[in-house]
Design a protein around this ligand. Structure first.
Ligand SMILES: Nc1ncnc2c1ncn2[C@@H]1O[C@H](COP(=O)(O)OP(=O)(O)O)[C@@H](O)[C@H]1O
Ligand SMILES: Cc1ncc(COP(=O)(O)OP(=O)(O)O)c(N)n1
Length: 260
């Protein structure tokens, strides 16, 4: 059985974070495991409060899984602080983890900070270099690089700058662009462009989490990075097309892949 591990925050409303990741793994028929880094009280309208899990408990969760069960791919989401990032990096390096998908979660759709501002430097120096693929959205890439990204040409340059930080692949997501979104994948040499007509819905809570965990699931099944991104894009597009109108704000993506 293929396996994948998510290291991320809990979303009480089930649309993003650990819950979205585990639903994605299940829908793609991969056995999912979780390391919880933070508990958020949130719903479709916003985040009310956050409790970060102590780093010794995060490390224990990681070691408990990694020392016992072979992990085909690791998806990393919300990490809250520099201390948490350093704990996750040292544990992953110790076990020589492979297929690391890093979604550098910083701010929720509702505008709540999920990573301390000062931790962006640690993310750049310690975590991005060990990622197989890093999947920032436009505001995250702007925060990492300290520059504006306004169009597809800017996205290509930003991919090159992100690649210089050390990850094998960069997938810069264009969901925040005006008009139809384009995502750009860069492997240090070649670009792949993923064009998609914009689906007209406000139900996009958890899109980034869903995409990154779908990439991890496909890597765990033995696909190449480029094929995993293609397959994950199909998955996220279906999950947005079938998204669920619940709550007063941004409803969640849908995860019953085999039914679409
Ligand atoms: N309305 C939409 N229609 C189609 N694809 C979308 C839409 N919104 C986001 N996406 C896609 O969903 C994925 C997540 O995108 P994005 O919104 O940029 O990330 P995040 O959720 O991290 O902010 C990307 O592949 C993006 O192109
Ligand atoms: C616990 C938790 N982790 C991550 C996010 C952000 O989710 P994401 O899919 O990047 O996007 P939004 O749903 O915030 O647009 C979160 N909200 N909570």
């Amino acid at each position: 059985m293929e396996t994948a591990l998510t290291i991320a925050g809990s979303d009480s409303s089930g649309g993003a974070g650990i819950q979205a990741d585990l639903k994605t793994f299940s829908a793609l028929k991969v056995y999912g495991m979780s390391v919880i880094t933070a508990v958020t009280a949130q719903n479709t309208t916003g985040v009310r409060s956050i409790a970060t899990i102590p780093t010794n408990i995060i490390q224990d969760q990681m070691e408990a899984v990694l020392e016992d069960i072979p992990v085909g791919a690791v998806k990393i989401g919300m990490l809250s602080s520099s201390h948490v990032i350093k704990t996750v990096v040292s544990t992953l390096v110790n076990v020589k983890a492979t297929n690391i998908v890093l979604d550098p979660v910083m701010v929720s759709k509702s505008g709540h900070h999920l990573l301390e501002y000062e931790a962006v430097q640690t993310l750049k120096e310690d975590l991005i270099p060990i990622a197989t693929i890093v999947t920032p959205n436009l505001p995250e890439a702007e925060a990492i690089l300290g520059r504006k990204i306004l169009c597809e040409e800017d996205m290509k340059e930003a991919c090159q700058q992100l690649n210089e930080l050390g990850p094998k692949y960069v997938l810069l997501k264009g969901g925040h662009l005006e008009g139809d979104p384009v995502d750009v994948l860069y492997d240090g040499t070649e670009f792949h462009h993923f064009y998609q007509e914009r689906i007209l819905t406000k139900n996009t809570h958890g899109t980034g989490c869903t995409l990154s965990s779908a990439i991890a699931a496909h890597l765990a099944k033995g696909n190449s990075v480029v094929d995993s991104v293609h397959l994950a894009k199909e998955y996220i597009t279906g999950a947005i097309q079938h998204s669920i109108s619940i709550g007063q704000g941004h409803g969640p993506t849908h995860h019953f892949h085999q039914l679409w």
